[in-house]
Design a binder for this molecule. Structure first.
Ligand SMILES: NC(=O)c1ccc[n+]([C@@H]2O[C@H](COP(=O)([O-])OP(=O)(O)OC[C@H]3O[C@@H](n4cnc5c(N)ncnc54)[C@H](OP(=O)(O)O)[C@@H]3O)[C@@H](O)[C@H]2O)c1
Length: 256
């Protein structure tokens, strides 16, 4: 599967409790090259699907990782070091578009904008991958292949914005994209083996997209299995020259 990675590779997936993150965990475990898969989730006690997988899969380890919480990310990185001294692949899947319990509803117009919703979206979508980078950087493999991939969204592209709306999500993903690019520039100087990129998964049938699927043609709504298979194929083809770029599920480039 992931032929570009060495034997005995180690991966971290954030937002692994459900949706695309959970499917990344499944498919990485299906690849014998990956001897450790660390699954970050906010509440391991409630991550039923991960617990079921972990019951029969010793290569899978659950980590408590709220990506919006700097202290939690620091503790998770310390716990990860106890399990593995290096990581070859980090996939940031944690993200949020709507959250009824926090009153986050994607805005249709300016009048819908609420500071609390902006802050909640930025905390997860924008700050999350950056805090993961900060705390897990020492674990990222230095001499072997290493990929740091963050799930962004095409709607976070400023150049591609034709419809407007969704201020909090668009703005937070655009900020995430800027952090990814800035990190790629820093690592191109200090950790030249790391390929740091943003990925657009395509509209995928998960809880995140479910309220917004009615206008999506069936052939454009991917099952998580397909999305992750496609994204792993993109990841497998990456070279160091690709660092700092934004790729869609089919490997095409997206403007920032
Ligand atoms: N689905 C799509 O159509 C689509 C399209 C474009 C981009 N994306 C992006 O793809 C990524 C995955 O989306 P998805 O469709 O899999 O969404 P999902 O099914 O709603 O899953 C979101 C995941 O993020 C986790 N999460 C939320 N806040 C977190 C936090 N503070 N710390 C750690 N984990 C947190 C959730 O954990 P809990 O179980 O604890 O809530 C859950 O595991 C997101 O970044 C999303 O923006 C998705």
């Amino acid at each position: 599967m992931l032929n570009s990675f060495p034997d005995d590779s180690r991966a971290l997936v954030t937002g692994a409790s459900r949706g695309i993150g959970l499917e990344f965990v499944r498919q990485l475990l299906a690849d014998a090259r990956f001897t450790r898969v660390l699954a970050g989730c906010r509440d391991p006690g409630r991550a039923v699907d991960l617990a079921t997988l972990a019951a029969t899969e010793p290569r899978l380890q659950l980590l408590r990782l709220d990506v919006a919480d700097d202290q939690c990310a620091a503790s998770a990185a310390r716990a990860a070091r106890e399990i593995s001294d290096r990581l070859h692949l980090v996939v940031n899947c944690a993200g949020m578009l709507h959250d009824a319990s926090a009153g986050v509803v994607p805005e249709k117009r300016l009048a819908d904008v609420r500071p609390e919703a902006l802050a909640a979206s930025f905390a997860v979508n924008a700050f999350g991958p950056l805090l993961v980078a900060k705390h897990f950087e020492p674990l990222i493999a230095r001499r072997e292949r290493a990929v740091f991939a963050s799930l962004s969204a095409r709607v976070g592209s400023i150049g591609d914005n034709r419809l407007g709306g969704w201020y909090a999500y668009r703005g937070a993903k655009a900020a995430q994209n800027m952090f990814t690019k800035t990190l790629a520039i820093e690592w191109a100087r200090s950790r030249r083996n790391v390929v740091c990129i943003a990925l657009h998964p395509g509209t995928t049938d998960t809880g995140l997209s479910r309220p917004f699927q009615s206008g999506v043609p069936p052939q454009q709504l991917f099952a998580p299995e397909r999305t992750v298979r496609q994204l792993l194929a993109v990841i497998d083809r990456l070279t160091p020259a690709d660092t700092g770029r934004f790729f869609a599920w089919d490997g095409s480039g997206i403007p920032w």
